[in-house]
Design a protein around this ligand. Structure first.
Ligand SMILES: [Zn+2]
Length: 337
C-alpha cells in the first residue's frame, strides 16, 4: 500500500479510505478520530468519535453531552482494529488527553502527530517519538525565527513584575484548555502559593484537571463586587483572551495586561493586543523542536500541515528529505495555541 492510499487530505480533514474515518475533521462526518479537544480539532456533530477518555470528557464539557452520535474512549498505546487498519493513540505532550494517531497497514505506518510539543509540561503526558514511514507534523511555529525561551524564564518575568508593581492587578490572558492550567502549574512549580484568581470561563476546565489528579493549588473566582477592585491588587488573575476585549478588564483598577502564548514572540501581535507583559509560553513545538523531531524520527516522508507548511517543507527538501504540504483548511493558527 502507498501512503496516499492510507491517508489523503479531503476538505473535511485527513481521510483514511480503508478504515473509512477522518482525523480531526472540521465538518460533521460519520466517523472521526480526534487528536485533542482544542476547538479547531474537536468539532461537534460527528456520527461517531474515537478519542482518549480525557479528550472525550473535555469535548463534553465544552460542547455538551450530545456532541456526537456515539463515542469510544481509547488509552495511549492501545491498538484498535478498524476494517483492517490498526489505530493506536500515543501521547503528544500538547494538552491533557492530546494524542498522536498512528495508522498502520501491513508494511506501512503513518503517524499524525496533531498539535505537539517536546518541552516538559506537568499537566499532560510527554510526547512519545513513534518510528514511522510517514510523519505528519504541525507547522504552527515553523520558521527558524521561532525559538521559545524556557517557560521558567517567562514565569520569572511575571513574578518580577508582580514584586515591582504590587498595586496593580496582573491580568494574564490565556486559553482555557491547556494554557491556563500549565501557567498555574508553572507558577506552583516555582513556589508561588498565593490564590490564583480565575475568570468564569476557565473554571470548569481547571476543575477537570484537578479532578484528573493535576494539582493546581488554591484557585478562586475573580468575581468583582462593586467598589472592591482593590481586592485584586498585587494578585494574578487569569482570563480567556475574549474577556480582554470586553468590559471585564475595565473593572480592575490599573490592570497590568499580560498574555501567555507562543505568539508573544512577535512584538507586533503583543502591541496589537495591548499587552504590556508578553509571556512566551507555547504548547507547540518551536523551530528547533520541529526540525530535531523530524531528524530523530527519520521518516521516509514528512507531511506538513497547520501553519508555515512551505517553510518546513523547504527545510526538509534542503536536508534531502521527502516532504509535502497537506494544505488542509479550517485550522486556525491562533485559535487556541
Ligand atoms: Zn491544539
Amino acid at each position: 500500500m502507498r501512503p496516499a492510499d492510507l491517508l489523503i487530505p479531503r476538505p473535511e480533514g485527513l481521510y483514511c479510505p480503508p478504515g473509512d474515518f477522518f482525523i480531526d475533521p472540521v465538518r460533521p462526518v460519520a466517523r472521526a478520530l480526534v487528536t485533542h479537544a482544542h476547538s479547531d480539532h474537536a468539532t461537534p456533530g460527528h456520527g461517531a468519535v474515537l478519542a482518549t477518555r480525557e479528550t472525550l470528557d473535555i469535548m463534553a464539557i465544552r460542547l455538551g453531552d450530545a456532541f456526537a452520535g456515539t463515542t469510544q474512549a481509547t488509552s495511549y498505546c492501545e491498538a484498535i482494529a478498524i476494517d483492517g487498519v490498526i489505530i493506536t493513540f500515543h501521547p503528544a505532550g500538547h494538552v491533557l488527553g492530546s494524542a498522536q494517531i498512528e495508522v498502520a497497514a501491513p508494511a506501512l505506518r503513518i503517524v499524525a502527530a496533531g498539535d505537539y510539543k517536546r518541552t516538559s509540561d506537568a499537566t499532560c503526558t510527554a510526547f512519545q517519538p513513534i518510528p514511522c514511514d510517514v510523519f505528519i507534523t504541525e507547522a504552527t511555529f515553523a520558521l527558524p525565527v521561532f525559538r521559545h525561551p524556557p517557560p521558567a524564564q517567562e514565569i520569572a518575568k511575571l513574578l518580577h513584575s508582580l514584586a515591582q508593581f504590587q498595586d496593580r492587578t496582573h491580568l494574564v490572558g490565556c486559553y482555557a484548555l491547556g494554557k491556563a492550567q500549565r501557567l498555574i502549574a508553572l507558577l506552583r512549580e516555582v513556589g508561588y502559593d498565593a490564590p490564583i484568581f480565575l475568570h468564569g470561563a476557565l473554571r470548569r476546565l481547571c476543575a477537570y484537571y484537578v479532578a484528573e489528579g493535576i494539582p493546581l493549588g488554591e484557585l478562586s473566582d475573580a468575581t468583582l463586587s462593586r467598589g472592591r477592585a482593590r481586592d485584586f491588587a498585587g494578585q494574578i488573575v487569569l482570563g480567556p483572551p475574549s474577556a480582554f476585549e470586553g468590559a471585564w478588564i475595565r473593572r480592575f483598577t490599573d490592570p497590568l495586561i499580560a498574555f501567555a502564548s507562543g505568539w508573544m514572540q512577535v512584538r507586533a501581535r503583543a502591541r496589537q493586543r495591548g499587552v504590556e507583559l508578553p509571556l512566551i509560553i507555547s504548547d507547540h513545538c518551536d523551530w528547533p523542536e520541529l526540525s530535531s523531531t523530524i531528524v530523530e524520527l527519520d521518516p521516509s516522508q514528512t507531511w506538513v500541515t497547520h501553519g508555515r507548511e512551505e517553510a518546513l517543507v523547504r527545510w526538509c527538501t534542503l536536508q534531502g528529505r521527502t516532504a509535502r504540504p497537506l494544505h488542509l483548511v479550517g485550522y486556525e493558527d491562533e485559535a487556541e495555541d
